[in-house]
Design a protein around this ligand. Structure first.
Ligand code: PGA
Length: 261
């Protein structure tokens, strides 16, 4: 795992955008895995800025989102479809049909999940998957107890997640209980996993992910098994890491050829 600690979420978002822009410059037809929530907003704003001001083009890029609420209309302001289009997809030059998001309105959820997995495979797999982390250590909507090799499927949200996401819906009662989410096995097949976490309320989940045992009780800890996992944190989210100073040294002492910035 490469743990990068930046002083704040703004500089962390800029670094994450630089890593994605580097990938697209090397491979203009890159396949990106995208995440919703507040964490990647700075990253998405920076990608939009690079698109407008530095002619970063997404014309040949394909995207797959991690998850979606079941039962919400795509036009619902709380759907991840709507959130993703508002925050990024409508603001860049993706080709028609290049962005896929699990279909929370599918009549046959099992078939729809299988089709989503097949679409990822047809696209050649995900080159870089953007990830946030839940307070309970969830990755996408893989709540604690999720199989570490799970595939795209229906999940029931935990109370912790319902509480955290109530801010978007106005009340806990209005948060859908069920979601479709890529599985941990699906996520682990991405060639690079880039997880972002900011704020002191994420510090325990981050410490369990990076320095705790690998366990379904902290689903994000599965990233310890990933060959190429980049964890980008602000100081607050990194505040409970025992090897904090070592991660800073590693980043500062990177050989030039390994540097992102
Ligand atoms: P957040 O959500 O970015 O809004 O904190 C992250 C998550 O639940 O995975």
């Amino acid at each position: 795992m490469e743990v990068i600690i930046k002083k704040d979420r703004e500089s962390a978002g800029r670094l994450a955008a630089k890593i994605i822009a580097g990938l697209i410059n090397r491979n203009p037809a890159a396949v990106l895995g995208l995440a919703t929530g507040s964490t990647p907003l700075g990253l998405y704003n920076e990608l939009v800025r690079m698109h407008k001001e530095e002619s970063l083009s997404f014309r040949h890029v394909k995207t797959f989102n991690l998850d979606e609420y079941i039962g919400l209309d795509p036009a619902d302001p709380c759907s991840f479809y709507n959130e993703m289009h508002t925050n990024l997809l409508k603001r860049i030059d993706l080709a028609e049909g290049a962005a896929q998001i699990p279909d929370g309105r599918a009549k046959d959820i099992v078939a729809s999940c299988e089709a989503y997995e097949a679409a990822i495979k047809r696209a050649g797999g995900i080159d870089l998957q953007v990830l946030g982390i839940g307070h309970d250590g969830h990755l996408a909507f893989n709540e604690p107890g999720s199989s570490l090799s799970s595939r795209t499927r229906i999940k029931t949200l935990s109370k912790v997640t319902i509480k955290a996401n109530a801010r978007f819906f106005g009340s806990e009662e209005r948060v859908p209980k069920h979601v479709m989410t890529m599985g941990l096995g699906t996520i682990m097949e991405a060639r690079t996993c880039m997880m972002l976490a900011f704020g002191k309320d994420k510090a325990d989940a981050v410490a369990a992910t990076v320095e705790g045992p690998v366990s379904a009780s902290c689903p994000a800890s599965v990233l310890q098994f990933h060959q190429n996992a980049i964890i980008i944190l602000d100081e607050e989210a990194a505040s409970k890491l025992q090897r904090h100073d070592y991660y800073i040294d590693v980043y500062e002492d990177k050989p030039d050829w390994q540097r992102y910035e």
